[in-house]
Design a protein around this ligand. Structure first.
Ligand SMILES: [Zn+2]
Length: 293
């Protein structure tokens, strides 16, 4: 059966949409033809039936998993080195523990993170060079609102990223449009978040040891009893509490019991949703602070 070759960083859902386009079929008709297990509820970013799709596009299932789904991001945790074991679990349909469920990365709340995003420059270059466009993994990550390649703001569409999106919305970037948010104004900060997220996806992100930086910056020191409180306040000011709300990691209290304090002081990912994004934000904050200290 005909199946297109995946483009670099292309989401598996996007490969399937292109395949259906090339064959002149809607994904509703195309899906069942693929004979995928559990096809009823496909996900755009983390589809099931990986082994079958791998066969169709003549790729190794493992390669498809690490290069064309958000799996590497979802299973990332600081100081965790169990990638091979997790891969085996995923490829053999052995259920992963709740720690590595997609719901932790995309919690069930509504904001811009829950829509497909596209880079206008990527899209126009692809259309010019390839005659079609595709959906990128790097753009789909939570908290990412800038293209890591072009440093321009992503356009957020109204197409839901999860649920039954793939069946209902079998469109490519050139067939839709979106709007770019103007907040926050600091594109450099958004770029830093996008770069760090892309590194996590690629598997070459080096987390900062939080505890050490914490001590060095005087946030946790016997001479500074208000250090932890101050850390919360500084963190909120640095990112802006509106932005933290927008990306679904709100800073509801500016005390020593806030989530950045809990996470940084313990130097490990807590049982909170979006652990990767939270970790990136703490790292960024500590790195900028250390540079100005
Ligand atoms: Zn781009």
């Amino acid at each position: 059966m005909y199946f297109p070759k995946p483009y670099p960083d292309e989401l598996m859902g996007s490969i399937m949409i292109r395949a259906s386009h090339h064959l002149g079929l809607s994904t509703r008709r195309f899906g069942p033809m693929l004979d995928l297990a559990n096809w009823e509820i496909p996900s755009f970013i983390y589809p099931r039936g990986l082994a079958r799709v791998a066969t169709l596009c003549a790729k190794d299932a493992s390669e498809l998993l690490w290069e064309h789904t958000l799996f590497p991001y979802v299973v990332w945790a600081p100081h965790l080195n169990a990638r091979k074991q997790l891969e085996v679990q995923e490829l053999t349909d052995e259920p992963l523990t709740a720690t590595f469920k997609l719901g932790r990365v995309f919690p069930n709340r509504l904001n811009a993170t829950f829509f497909r995003k596209l880079c206008p420059i990527c899209a126009s270059e692809e259309y010019r060079d390839l005659g079609e466009t595709y959906w990128h993994r790097n753009h789909a990550l939570p908290g990412v609102f800038v293209c890591p390649l072009h440093q321009v703001r992503l356009h957020v569409t109204r197409i839901p990223l999860l649920k039954r999106g793939l069946l209902k919305w079998d469109v490519l970037p050139q067939e839709t449009h979106g709007t770019a948010s103007t907040e926050p104004a600091d594109v450099a900060l958004l770029s830093a978040i996008a770069d760090a997220s892309a590194m996590i996806l690629r598997g070459d992100y080096s987390p900062i040891p939080h505890k050490e930086a914490f001590y060095r910056l005087g946030y946790q020191h016997e001479c500074n009893p208000n250090g932890l409180h101050q850390f919360s306040v500084d963190f909120g000011t640095f990112f802006g509490r509106d932005f933290l709300r927008q990306i679904d990691v709100p800073l509801t209290r500016l005390t020593r019991k806030s989530w950045p304090v809990a996470m940084a002081a313990a130097d490990r990912a807590f049982d909170l949703d979006q652990p990767q994004l939270r970790w990136i934000l703490i790292d960024l904050f500590l790195a900028v602070r250390a540079a100005h200290a």
